[in-house]
Structure formats: structure tokens, C-alpha cells
Design a protein around this ligand. Structure first.
Ligand code: NAD
Ligand code: IPM
Ligand code: MN
Length: 357
């Protein structure tokens, strides 16, 4: 069966890593006899904004809603478009309008990569961050008053709905259920944030009653970030609100050597809308145009997309290829962030060759 995939490269290194993501997917499609039908869109980028005055065309929802999946690069180019405009005008709309309420972000120390944490080896860091992806601190409820005067006030509310909290918790508990360690950690801050976070804790405690076999703990976000660095081996499935999940899902991958390898799946589990797969990282203006961005975050996101579409063996083969290339440690192939002297393309090609078998 043909799978229709919308490809949106976005900005900066999004344009450099996306071709490698597609190259890897093409190799997997060939080997596993899949029919992947890619459609490329130029919207969802700051160049599009500069030309059209908006990040997306008015009919973007209609144009995208029937795709089987969306494959995104990275968006944002703060030198020309303020970040809140580019992101609220694109990625955050996709997440919200397509009800992609799970943001699943694996953090795994891969063979061949040196963790910046002393004495950590592959196996020591292997957990998932499950991030709430449509509400919480990322809300549009708020406003400004007395703008431009001494009395200026700005407010932005955190919104937690019972449905929104319970569905992400359920997903995280179900995921923990499939893992050998069966452990779930909740990120909270109920000591200082006195309404929404105690509510979050209350829903976690309630949900835990339905999962007696899962070992549940919770940490306030401040000490949790410290424990990511001090004791990454404690974690298996970590669930957090939108903002806490965002922070943890850059910190986790940084502990595994580079954020350049980290993938993410923005999932609408019911399949009412397409899910979106993208690296965790952004457009990296500091290295854009140099051809040295690590393409693994994009390729691994492609692997998560294939698994989501029902092609688990193909997705697994892509991840195995990534692991093999990293273990082989050929510095001519690897990008500088993982200690090599290669390019986005050399690393992408090395992985695609392994996928091809
Ligand atoms: P960033 O993730 O773009 O970059 C942070 C650092 O990590 C930079 O030093 C960068 O060079 C490095 N890095 C990122 N990806 C890499 C890769 N693949 N290989 C090697 N090194 C890599 O974060 P930022 O600088 O805070 O944001 C830049 C822009 O991207 C902003 O406009 C921001 O809003 C946007 N952003 C978008 C997304 C997204 O599209 N999902 C995510 C994060 C940031
Ligand atoms: C991410 C990014 C986005 C987020 C930004 C760019 C709006 O940091 O995907 O992690 O905060 O969700
Ligand atoms: Mn982020």
C-alpha cells in the first residue's frame, strides 16, 4: 500500500538534513519493498513567510490532513522572523490542529558515542521522554495590558485539562508497561506552582492505581534536571508537561553526546490526523550552510515514522544502521559533533548504504 508523506524541510539545517532523511527512507523502502510517496512543500519556513507574510497558506489544513504522515526538518530563522511568529505560525499549529498530543522523544547513548558524563557507556542511558504536546504552558490564553506604560502587565496562563493530562499519562504508563524495567517518572513542580502542578500529581497518582506493576516516582523539575546528569540510569519513561518535556528532551540527548541525533514523534494516537516526525533540534543558524549538521536526528525520526506506519522491521533496520555506522567510527563519515571530520552527506550516505544491506 502506498504511504503518502508530506515533506517540509523548513529552515537552516532542516534543508541539509532532510535530503539525508529521505535518502535513508528510500533505502529502507527499497529493501523492505515499501511504497513511500513523498510530496514536498515549501511552506512552514521563514523564506515562505518573507514572500507571503504568513508561514502557511490559508488552506494548509486541507492540503495536509489526508497525508499518512508529515516529515518535518526544522523551523525558525530569528534573524529575519521572530521565533514566536514562525513557530506559532507553523509547527505549533500542526501539533495543535492535528491533535498530536504525544511528543515521544527517545534518549539513548549509542555505541561509539562518548557521553559528556564521565563513566557512562551504552546501556546506561536509555529512556523515553513523553511530552504533553498540545496544552500546558504552551497556551494562547493571556494578554497584555497598559502596553508601553510603567503599569505594563503581561500574562500567559498554563492550561491543563483532565482529558489532556490523562491521555498523555495513559500513553506514558502504557509505554512503561512494554519496557523491561516498567518504571515511570513524573516531572512536577508542585512545591512552587500551586494549582496546575498539584493537579498533575493528583492525576498521576490516580492513573498509577490502574497500573500496579509500574514503579512510579516523581521529582520536581529542578532536581530532575540534576538527576538526568548525575543518575541518567535511573530513568526509563519520563512524563512531563509541555514545557518540562521540552527542556528534558534537549537535556537528555545532550547527555547522550549530541542533540544532533535526537528524534521525535508528534503523535495523534487515534489516527484521526497525520502524525509528524522531526528531529528534536532546531535550524541551528550557527552551523547552517556549512554542510556539517548531523543528519541522524532526521533519519531516526524517519525510522519512528515507519514504525508508526506499521513497518516496524524497516524502522528497526534504520536504527540498526545508525548504530552500526556510529560503532564503526569512521571519522571521514561522521560529523564533527560526534568527533568526525565528515559532512551531513557523508554520514547520511554511510547510513543509507547500511540500510540497503
Ligand atoms: P538548535 O537546536 O537549532 O541549536 C542548538 C545547538 O545545537 C547549536 O549550537 C547547533 O549548532 C547544535 N545543533 C543542532 N542541531 C544539530 C545537528 N543536527 N548537528 C550538529 N549540531 C546541531 O537550537 P536554537 O539555536 O535554540 O534554535 C535555532 C532556531 O531553531 C530558533 O529559531 C528556534 O526557535 C528553532 N527551533 C526549532 C525547532 C523545531 O523545528 N522543532 C526546535 C528547536 C529550535
Ligand atoms: C521543540 C522546539 C519547539 C518547542 C519550539 C521551536 C517551539 O523547541 O520541538 O522542542 O518548544 O516545542
Ligand atoms: Mn525543544
Amino acid at each position: 500500500m502506498s504511504q503518502r508523506i508530506a515533506v517540509i524541510a523548513g529552515d537552516g539545517i532542516g534543508n541539509e538534513v532532510m535530503p539525508e532523511g529521505v535518502r535513508a527512507l528510500d533505502a529502507a523502502a527499497k529493501r523492505f519493498n515499501l511504497d513511500l510517496d513523498f510530496h514536498t512543500f515549501d511552506f512552514g519556513s521563514c523564506d515562505y513567510y518573507l514572500e507571503h507574510g504568513q508561514m502557511l497558506p490559508d488552506d494548509w489544513f486541507e492540503q495536509l490532513k489526508d497525508f499518512d504522515a508529515l516529515f518535518y526538518g526544522a523551523v525558525g530563522w530569528p534573524a529575519t522572523v521572530p521565533d514566536h511568529i514562525s513557530l506559532w505560525g507553523s509547527l505549533l499549529q500542526f501539533r495543535r490542529q492535528f491533535d498530536q498530543y504525544i511528543n515521544l522523544r527517545p534518549c539513548k547513548l549509542m555505541p561509539g558515542i562518548k557521553s559528556p558524563l564521565a563513566g557512562r557507556a551504552p546501556g546506561d542511558i536509555d529512556f523515553y521522554v513523553v511530552r504533553e504536546n498540545t496544552e500546558g504552558e504552551y497556551s494562547s490564553v493571556g494578554g497584555k495590558m497598559f502596553e508601553g506604560t510603567e503599569r505594563e502587565v503581561v500574562m500567559q496562563e498554563t492550561v491543563m485539562t483532565r482529558t489532556g493530562v490523562d491521555r498523555v499519562l495513559k500513553y506514558a504508563f502504557d509505554l512503561a508497561q512494554t519496557r523491561p524495567r516498567k518504571k515511570l517518572t513524573s516531572a512536577t513542580k508542585s512545591n512552587g506552582i500551586s494549582i496546575t502542578m498539584p493537579y498533575w500529581d493528583e492525576r498521576v497518582a490516580k492513573m498509577a492505581k490502574s497500573y500496579p506493576e509500574i514503579a512510579v516516582d516523581k521529582f520536581h523539575i529542578d532536581i530532575l534536571t540534576a538527576n538526568f546528569v548525575l543518575h541518567p540510569d535511573w530513568f526509563d519513561v519520563v512524563v512531563g508537561s509541555n514545557l518540562f518535556g521540552d527542556i528534558l528532551s534537549d537535556l537528555g540527548p545532550a547527555c547522550t553526546g549530541t542533540i544532533g541525533i535526537a528524534p521525535s514523534a508528534n503523535i495523534n494516537p487515534e489516527g484521526n490526523f497525520p502524525s509528524l516526525f522531526e528531529p528534536v533540534h532546531g535550524s541551528a543558524p550557527d552551523i547552517a550552510g556549512k554542510g556539517i549538521a548531523n543528519p541522524i536526528g532526521q533519519i531516526w525520526s524517519g525510522a519512528m515514522m515507519l514504525e508508526h506506519l506499521g513497518y516496524k522491521a524497516a524502522g528497526d533496520a534504520m536504527v540498526t544502521a545508525i548504530e552500526e555506522v556510529l560503532s564503526a567510527g569512521d571519522s571521514q563519515a561522521l560529523t564533527p559533533d560526534v568527533g568526525g571530520q565528515g559532512t551531513t552527506e557523508s554520514l547520511g550516505k554511510a547510513i543509507a548504504e547500511r540500510i540497503a544491506g
